[in-house]
Design a protein. Sequence first.
Length: 247
Amino acid sequence: MLFTKSTRSLRTQLILSLTVGLMMMTGCSSIKTTVVGMSVEDRPIECQQIGWGRDTVMIMATIHGNEAAGTPLVSKLAEHLKEHPKVLKGRKVIIMPVANPDGYVHNSRFNVNGVDLNRNFPADNFDASQRHGAYALCEPESRTIKAVLDKYKPNRIVSIHQPVACIDYDGPAAKLADAMGLHTNLPVKRIGSRPGSLGSYAGLTLNIPIITFELPATASAMDRESLWDAYGMSLVAAIRYPDAQLH
């Protein structure tokens, strides 16, 4: 049987569609790492995509460079998802391990321009200043985070911080916060929306449920396994939400 070029193209598209559909139904634990932007000092900002489902969860760490305990925690999360692909059934997880790579290297809350990236988003309550930025999204790191939001359109977001030791939330995320709180000793505590924060932008402006997962200051001294034991299942609960089953 002879196949024309158009027929072969249709067959290829059909095979690709069937393959993607199967991956979405069964869960796929391969990790696709992409450089999504660059910092002021030209350090790469990476994202990891795990899974191919439609329900999308974004988890990011270290938007404040001196609050870095979330980075080893999400590294362990990626390993857990590879080992438990059923968690990914119908889901896609986007992990940004280091949102502020320059701040991470310099152990600074701010980027190298002295701007708090978590005050530089185009929320309705953005307040221009030296520390917040002259205008919203004036920094390459905050623009990169917004571009990732625009691309993947997550159904919920978790941003890992320190040192307040609570589960804060913005937007329609109260039940998500409660679900995460079942798996850790961190209390659910509504702190309030900060001007130009990712919480304000995603939660209030875009109406996306967003959690500010505040680890304690002592988390910086914990190794990766201890971090996972204390906080890992809360992240899995956020991925599985509203399904209460973790495995």
